[in-house]
Design a protein around this ligand. Structure first.
Ligand SMILES: NC(=O)c1ccc[n+]([C@@H]2O[C@H](COP(=O)([O-])OP(=O)(O)OC[C@H]3O[C@@H](n4cnc5c(N)ncnc54)[C@H](O)[C@@H]3O)[C@@H](O)[C@H]2O)c1
Length: 411
């Protein structure tokens, strides 16, 4: 039985633990937990039968015990990844599943990659999209040769207006210095996909973008710092926090209601408590009068050594959260949108590669396959390199993101 420890048992960490238990219950035992929220330590400690002496409130306490597990998951907020992964590697952990991004700072990302090599360790970065059938089908279409010579790869990340407001205006990723630029926090996946499809070294990057809308210049007349603080524009505002988190029953509210712990700090909360929390809490802030500074729209152009040009558009503005891909070759093209992938050969007909009837555009399935791959690595040793997003492969997307920010900021 292999032993597994985890640092950070939030949305991602708890999902990974659940998947490990489901798929590797007989081969991997969850033996140590670390989270700076004591309630989570108790809740997950009971759930996975982890004794109290193996529950830790800080990663230093956990690592001070030495290497007490065969594998480690790090699923804390962005700003913690670098220092925790570095400390775990230097403590001697050899098999680590690390949430993305590595760091908002490229020097730190490079350093983590170098330490991983020095320590002869395996760090798998959660670039979960690469693992999904959906994106693998696009990759296979590119590799099939049927599209001819690939000329351009376009990727769009439509974050969705409500998701952007939740995560990048009010939530964990709204200030660059506390997390990372949105092009990395949200889109290191997408940059990674472009690089993976192009299968070539990037040789130039340029970018433009900014925080165009979620700032005080666009605050409606009568806006107040908190939606529930007497805002006169509340009824017509699509970002009203009360509607988002309490009263609106359509999809966008449901999406967010999956995360009551994130918004309200605990799984079960009465409406009265919710109102009290939103009236002065961070998720109750006006989206125009907050201290957010990350880009809400950005475009990145990449030229690869093999002549392919890549383009990523990340935008807050869209009704739905969805990714779109269009890959154009000399003989055909692939268009992936709304969970559907279609390949068209010029003058030669079209083929549906993915029907989209069961619309999980990559993420959930990718999460499962990432954990399957990590579990296999932990229990069986080396897994075929091309199936695993080891740190050195994912570093390239961080290099591109970093160059994009240099280009954007220096105009
Ligand atoms: N791979 C993906 O597709 C994907 C998707 C969403 C989020 N993420 C990334 O996963 C990470 C976690 O996101 P999440 O949504 O689970 O966040 P979350 O806030 O739900 O979970 C983070 C957990 O870490 C704990 N924590 C925070 N600081 C800590 C510290 N110093 N020591 C110990 N514990 C600490 C928190 O209490 C919380 O339980 C983020 O970096 C995010 O960017 C990745």
């Amino acid at each position: 039985m292999k032993k597994l420890a985890i640092i950070g048992i939030g949305n991602r960490g708890s999902e990974y633990l659940g998947l490990i238990k489901l798929f590797f219950g007989k081969k991997i035992q969850i033996t140590a937990l670390c989270d700076n929220n004591p309630e989570k330590l108790i809740r997950f400690g009971k759930k996975y039968k982890v004794p109290e002496e193996m529950r830790f409130l800080s990663y230093e306490e956990l690592l001070n015990k030495g290497v007490i597990a065969d594998g480690l998951i790090i699923a804390t907020p962005d700003r913690e990844h670098y220092r925790m992964a570095k400390a775990a590697l230097l403590t001697g952990y050899k098999t680590i599943l690390l949430e993305k991004p590595l760091s908002g700072n490229i020097e730190e990302s490079r350093e983590l990659n170098a330490i991983t090599k020095e320590q002869n360790a395996k760090v798998v970065v959660c670039h979960v999209l690469r693992y999904s059938n959906y994106y693998s089908k696009i990759k296979r279409a590119v590799e099939s040769g049927k599209l001819g010579r690939i000329l351009s790869i376009e990727q769009r990340e439509n974050v969705g207006y409500f998701h952007f407001a939740h995560s990048y205006v009010r939530g964990e990723w709204h200030v660059e210095a506390d997390s990372s630029p949105s092009i990395l926090a949200k889109c290191c996946h997408d940059l990674d996909l472009i690089y993976w499809y192009a299968d070539s070294k990037p040789i130039s990057v340029d970018s433009n973008g900014g925080l165009y809308y979620f700032n005080k210049d666009n605050a409606p007349c009568g806006a107040t710092p908190y939606c529930m603080g007497g805002c006169k524009a509340k009824d017509k505002c699509p970002y009203d926090a009360e509607a988002f988190y309490i009263t609106d029953n359509i999809f966008k509210a449901k999406f967010i209601k999956y995360m009551p712990v994130t918004v309200f700090g605990k799984p079960k909360v009465s409406k009265k408590e919710k109102r009290a929390i939103l009236s002065n809490g961070k998720y109750g802030r006006c989206v125009f009068l907050n201290d957010n500074d990350v880009c809400d729209h950005q475009e990145v152009n990449i030229t690869f050594e093999n002549g392919i040009s890549g383009r990523l558009t990340m935008t807050a503005f869209g009704e739905r959260c969805e990714r779109e891909t269009r890959i154009v070759g000399t003989l055909g093209e692939v268009v992936a949108r709304g969970g559907k992938i279609v390949m068209e050969i010029y003058g030669g007909g079209r083929k549906t590669l993915h029907s989209g009837w069961f619309n999980l555009p990559g993420h959930v399935e990718g999460d499962i396959r990432t954990v399957l791959s990590f579990g296999k690595l932990l229990t069986e040793g080396l897994v075929d390199d091309k199936d695993v997003t080891y740190i050195d492969a994912t570093l390239v997307s961080h290099e591109i993101g970093n160059l994009a920010e240099i280009s954007r900021k220096s105009k």
